[in-house]
Design a protein around this ligand. Structure first.
Ligand SMILES: [Mn+2]
Length: 319
């Protein structure tokens, strides 16, 4: 057990009330790791409040404890606050950042270069998900995982590893998933809830999006585009475009996929995905955004043609 985990275990042992939070626009790891930590802490008799500034996405509403997530922090003091999967503290939201009635701040994260804002910082970029760090803490305390905790941890790991396809799908991730299956988690039940449960309008939006495919730079880069007009025609919204960028990336020979998503008359969010050889964080940074080696994004103002020529220019001159 590392010294940091030992310190966190000690903090858990000698305190009673806990606040747990994660980032804006929570994904499967944010929700899963927060609820797993809450479930574990409640399981050992602690008082826990989970606060997320944005609502839990419909997709993760089946997770045990999802209905107890608070949009606002209750007016009380907490002995310990856990901040999960965040990269930088400001992503916890204005309400949490202004909240001062906290004894000890603990930071659990697997983002490379996460800020060390906690009294204790358990940061390990080799962990496939923040859920893995929650597992390590609970395991260090000898916690016997129940079905509820196991389901939350499994979802944290399966979503952050792209169903065990991404390069972070290491032995520890498979090992923990295997233990969670032994606790009663059913792989197909979870897959069905996460991936076989799409609203029809998502496919209708996808059907409008795929004809926008453009392949550039001798097949090394490809893009798709979603416009406000397509939302209106399909009845879908931006939340349902999650994963669309994987279609251009899936083409043989494509190293970089680009997703243009209109957010205003003359404003586009631009998402980049890499297969691994190209660092797309550099593209996003060149346009005022940021991100990781394989996933990054930025916002660019202009008409679609202007935005495309700016982005394509950068990609073509760099690739
Ligand atoms: Mn994560």
């Amino acid at each position: 057990m590392t010294e940091t985990i030992q310190s966190i275990v000690r903090e858990i042992g000698r305190n009673r009330s806990f606040l747990v939070t994660s980032h804006e626009g929570p994904d499967g790891d944010a929700v899963g790791s927060s609820l797993a930590l809450a479930s574990f802490l409640r399981g050992i008799g602690k008082e826990v409040c989970v606060h997320l500034q944005d609502p839990v996405p419909e997709l993760y509403a089946f997770l045990p404890g999802a209905d107890s997530v608070q949009a606002h922090i209750p007016d009380q003091k907490f002995d310990v606050a856990f901040v999960l999967d965040i990269g930088e503290l400001r992503r916890a939201g204005a309400e949490f950042c202004a909240f001062t009635r906290i004894g000890t701040l603990v930071n659990l994260d697997h983002h490379l270069g996460c800020e060390q804002f906690g009294a204790f910082n358990l940061i390990d970029s080799t962990a496939a998900a923040t859920g893995v760090l929650v597992y390590r803490i609970a395991a260090a305390l000898g916690f016997e995982f129940n079905f509820e905790t196991a389901l939350c941890l499994y979802v944290a790991i399966i979503t952050d590893t792209g169903s065990f396809r991404y390069s972070n799908s290491n032995r520890e991730a498979f090992s923990i998933a295997g233990q969670m299956i032994a606790c009663g988690v059913n792989a197909w039940d979870v897959a069905e809830k996460l991936y076989e449960n799409q609203p029809r309008r998502r496919l209708e939006l996808l059907a409008l999006t795929l004809p926008t495919l453009e392949v550039i730079k001798e097949g090394q880069a490809a893009s798709v585009t979603v416009t406000l007009d397509m939302y209106a025609r399909s009845g879908a919204d931006a939340e349902l475009t999650d994963g669309f960028v994987n279609y251009p990336r899936s083409i043989r020979g494509v190293e970089v996929a680009i997703f243009f998503r209109q957010v205003d008359e003359r404003r586009y969010k631009v998402g980049f995905r890499s297969k691994g050889k190209v660092n797309v964080a550099a593209f996003a940074a060149g346009l005022g955004g940021g991100g990781h080696h394989n996933a990054a994004g930025c916002t660019v103002d202009g008409t679609l043609d202007e935005v495309k020529s700016k982005v394509y220019g950068l990609v073509e001159s760099t690739l």
